[in-house]
Design a protein around this ligand. Sequence first.
Ligand code: SAM
Ligand code: DTB
Ligand code: SF4
Length: 333
Amino acid sequence: MTTIRNNWTRTEIETIYNLPILDLIFQSASVHRTYHDAQEVQVCTLLSVKTGGCPEDCSYCPQAARYHTDVKVQKLMEVDEVINAAQNAKDSGSTRFCMGAAWREVRDNKDFDKVLEMVKGVNNMGMEVCCTLGMLTEEQAQKLHNAGLYAYNHNLDTSEEHYDKIITTRTYDDRLDTLNNVRKAKISVCSGGIIGMGESHLDRIGMLHTLSNLEGHPESVPVNALVPVEGTPLENQPRVSIWDMIRMIATARIIMPKTMVRLSAGRIKMSIEEQALCFLAGANSIFAGDKLLTTPNPEVDTDKEMFQILNLKPRKSFKDSEQPSIKFEQIPL
Ligand code: SAM
Ligand code: DTB
Ligand code: SF4
């Protein structure tokens, strides 16, 4: 078994990323099968609990207030609406429920209290509950943990060098600070990025280098292909090549063997054959449901068919957790 390392050099990662594609897939598939059940793919569901009107300027994002997109601003949803959506997700086979809010950062106000209630409710249902709410302080992370939050998603998105070409309203260090606060609160870390934003291969390698050199690897790394949205500065970006998606997934799998690598945004444009190569290369999770946060995703029936054809089985919740689902018994709503 290869050891888990967090001292990868950029050159080593570059060498892996640039292997001939079939050698790369063979290597990453081998690592994947050493550490994971290769038939198992976790099905997760996303819900945008507060949509649009965000003050940040992330060039890819349809929810930034400054770009004119079709996204309608929606205030924070009610707790019972969210619980209903989580129940539907659970009933259709999801074991992780991720709530997203178009916030720059969490504020200590009534809305945050409501999110804490949502977290308690979803956790009580026995699902892994994840949030992505923007920047967090250590205290806010602790409150989320106490409410039963299992994971926090906060993407690095790209390399440190490319960052200010995509976002100017916050820094890479802001992002790393939040990830640190999440770690300190003992919440599992979900952090990855987007390809297809005009970055170079070295930028992608740089992002993987930062992620794989964090003190503990993120338990979860989403790999998104940009979904170009009309009205955003990146609306005319060409579709990213499937081979680049596979290279990202395979390299992430080799350098972070235990991590859940999530085939995230962009599946709507991928065939079952293309997705099969992503799973072979080490992706072991998808987002299901006909919408991601605001953009389209494959139909549930199409994914069911894919699972059948590829002989995949949905992964149970809390599989790798040291404290499997015990906490949710204890938190009264
Ligand atoms: N506001 C919070 C934040 O930025 O952390 C949480 C929500 S934000 C929409 C979550 C992630 O979605 C972003 O970090 C980005 O990686 C991804 N994302 C947003 N728009 C996307 C797009 N058009 N294509 C692919 N991924 C996208
Ligand atoms: C992640 O990396 N991808 C998901 C999840 N984390 C929150 C979000 C993708 C959003 C795609 C654009 C949209 O639907 O608004
Ligand atoms: Fe706001 Fe998050 Fe979209 Fe950036 S990615 S504009 S922070 S919702």
